[in-house]
Design a protein around this ligand. Structure first.
Ligand SMILES: [Mg+2]
Length: 248
């Protein structure tokens, strides 16, 4: 048996030497049948607020959601954040940068996806602007078909990539991922010079784990499955307990 991630996730970090990066869905909040149903509990936003203060602002959300959706989930909290797997980023100074390189490619993909999904009751396309998600939560038996379609779409255009996730595949600008988003934050104050800690649960978080590992940081995977992360927490409840311990 190979050596998997360790379960003894540290809870003590030097407050002024640590940079925090959090995924939301499946990490801070339980997955739901539809992304609109997900909620972040008030105790979670309270602890994020505390950690943001303790770390002097070196805390960012790194999500597949659009920035507007991140803000709605964490309201009234507005944090530095990367949205749509790195295609959008709000820096610590509040400046928002949006990717535009793959706009034409995404427009073509948008039409092909709409035509392919059609009026299927069990497969749903979600247009996030810089990413198009194809959800098949209502019909897991279509996993291979959806993944195959998305892979073909991405293979046909080098500006695009397909990012499989939990009951979803996203078509994205190939230039961005969560690892690049974390590296960009780490090049700017107040993140710069700090040791990154990143926690996430899905395949799209793996580039983030790899970036954090290379930066000498701490990577934490939530739930089962192969991962590049150094540590593992079993579920969202364990994340909440860990977050409570961090600010205790
Ligand atoms: Mg997630």
């Amino acid at each position: 048996m190979g050596e998997g991630p360790r379960m003894d996730v540290p809870t003590r970090f030097p407050p002024h030497e640590t940079a925090w990066f959090f995924d939301i869905d499946g990490t801070l909040a339980e997955m739901m049948p539809a992304p609109e149903m997900v909620q972040v509990g008030p105790e979670v936003t309270e602890r994020l607020t505390m950690l943001f203060g303790i770390s002097q602002g070196a805390l960012a959300i790194v999500s597949g959601r659009a920035l507007a959706s991140i803000d709605a989930l964490l309201a009234p909290l507005v944090l530095p954040a990367s949205g749509q797997h790195g295609a959008q980023r709000r820096a610590a100074d509040g400046a928002v940068r949006e990717a535009g390189a793959a706009t034409a490619s995404l427009a073509v993909a948008r039409q092909r996806i709409a035509a392919w999904v059609g009026d299927s009751p069990s497969i749903r396309a979600e247009d996030k602007g810089h990413a198009i998600a194809i959800h098949y939560r209502a019909a897991p038996e279509f996993a291979d078909a959806v993944r195959g379609f998305a892979r073909d779409l991405a293979d046909a255009d080098h500006n695009l990539r397909a990012q499989p996730g939990k009951m979803v595949v996203e078509i994205l600008d190939a230039a961005h991922d969560k690892g690049a988003a974390i590296r960009t934050f780490l090049a700017e104050p107040p993140f710069r010079g700090r040791r990154p800690v990143f926690i996430g649960d899905d395949l799209g978080d793996e580039p983030g784990f790899e970036a954090v590992n290379r930066a000498g940081g701490v990577s934490i995977k939530v739930g089962d499955g192969p991962t590049a992360a150094q540590y593992r927490l079993p579920d969202v409840h364990a994340v909440h307990a860990w977050l409570a311990a961090l600010v205790a």
